[in-house]
Ligand binder design. Structure first.
Ligand SMILES: Cc1ncc(COP(=O)(O)O)c(C=O)c1O
Length: 384
């Protein structure tokens, strides 16, 4: 009888359980696949796969972070800290702000985006995203019932079309996202353009600096002049901790305080907390980490620029955007051929504002770059 009732409930669930209207309209988020998933799908050995799809750190984590986690692994039976004072102070020092200007997220910068949504968005208000840019803003914030308004990133010039942002501002605008270096194009936003936007709105301007360490430029100096500025950052890139999901935001203490009111108290795990502290103290690793990716980016860009059938864009981040329309393959065909050879790159078809002829390649070690280039050239020449 119990089983019959259960089956009946499943069959009728559409009618019995009310789903929020906005959930029906959500497009799925398409993340990069893991090495484990690709190995299983293509019958490859994990160690033969090169992952250049998610802008991770080819150096791996800081050895000090690994050591610290090993020493504190028994902490996992206890709830984590909620205050995170020590980590707030370390981040403040690293970022040159004070600790009450820092908020930390336990599902990476993605959690901070969610907190921005919870703190600033009412249903029916708007957020502005220049496209193409990081798709998670829209994926998450639609969920809060808000409406994306698209401004334009000029891909050919690889710069923000700042006029398009200004034209998109309305009395309903609550958040404006400016990603610099921009994902997936790699271009930077001029500080003057950021100030132009900050000066023309009361909405919160979110400057996403997930990749700022690869560009050697940041916008922290603007925090003292603008109350409506929020800077978004992550431990997933130069800090090599993507799997531990740590992000942070910088803004004035009032904004940070409002956001703390809606933050899940235990979202940063003990081990993430430990690893983040150890990584921030490992300045030698941080320097090396940025330097290796910058050198690798320049190498990869130089080599890819020699291939006639593609166009590769200059980038200040740890990835390169490539236009492959003259290879006679679209992005899904190209990424599939690369996957069969054990190389993961990002098919950019899910980025609004790009058509079906773009891929994004994360920089690896020089050795990984060389293997990628060999296979990529083989595919373009029709030999693979
Ligand atoms: C521009 C940008 N912002 C934010 C994030 C989110 O980073 P996290 O791994 O900390 O959630 C990413 C991740 O790739 C990104 O590319």
């Amino acid at each position: 009888m119990g089983i019959i009732l259960c089956l009946l409930k499943i069959c009728l669930s559409d009618y019995m359980v009310k789903i929020r209207e906005v959930i029906h309209r959500l497009d799925p988020y398409i993340p990069g696949k893991s090495i484990k998933e690709i190995a299983a799908e293509y019958s490859l050995k994990k160690e033969d796969i090169i992952k250049l799809g998610s802008n991770e750190n080819p150096l791996g984590p800081s050895p000090l972070a690994v050591e610290a986690i090993k020493n504190e692994v028994n902490l996992i039976s206890q709830y984590p800290e909620t205050g995170l004072k020590d980590l707030q102070e370390e981040i403040a020092e690293y970022s040159d702000v004070s600790s009450d200007e820092v908020i930390i997220g336990g599902d990476g910068a993605d959690e901070i985006i969610d907190l921005l949504g919870k703190t600033f968005l009412d249903p029916d208000c708007e957020f502005i995203v220049p496209i193409p840019s990081y798709m998670y803003y829209e994926f998450n914030l639609r969920n809060h019932g808000a409406r994306p308004v698209y401004a334009r990133w000029d891909v050919e010039a690889n710069q923000l079309d700042v006029a398009s942002v200004m034209e998109s501002i309305s009395e309903k605008t609550r958040l404006i996202f400016l990603c610099t270096p921009n994902n997936p194009t790699g271009g930077l936003i001029d500080k003057n353009d950021i100030e132009t936007v900050l000066n023309s709105t009361d909405a919160l301007v979110v400057v996403d600096e997930a990749y700022f360490e690869f560009a050697n430029i940041n916008n922290v100096d603007l925090l003292s002049d603008y109350e409506n500025l929020f800077i978004l950052r992550t431990f997933s890139k130069v800090m090599g901790l993507a799997g531990l999901r740590i992000g942070y935001g910088l803004s004035n203490p009032k904004i940070i305080d409002y956001m703390h009111r809606v933050k899940p108290p235990f979202s940063l795990t003990n081990l993430s907390h430990t690893a983040a502290l150890a990584t921030l103290k490992d300045r030698e690793y941080l320097e090396k980490s940025a330097q290796i990716s910058i050198e690798s980016r320049e190498f990869l860009w130089t080599e890819l620029s020699k291939i006639d059938q593609i166009r590769v864009f200059e980038s200040k981040a740890n990835y390169l955007l490539v236009d492959i329309r003259n290879t006679n393959l679209n992005s899904s065909e190209m990424t599939e051929k690369l996957l069969k050879k054990g190389i993961i790159v990002r098919d950019c078809i899910s980025f609004k504002g790009l058509d079906e002829y773009w891929i994004r390649i994360s920089v690896g070690t020089i050795e990984q770059d060389k293997k990628f280039i060999k296979v990529f050239k083989g595919i373009i020449e029709g030999n693979e």
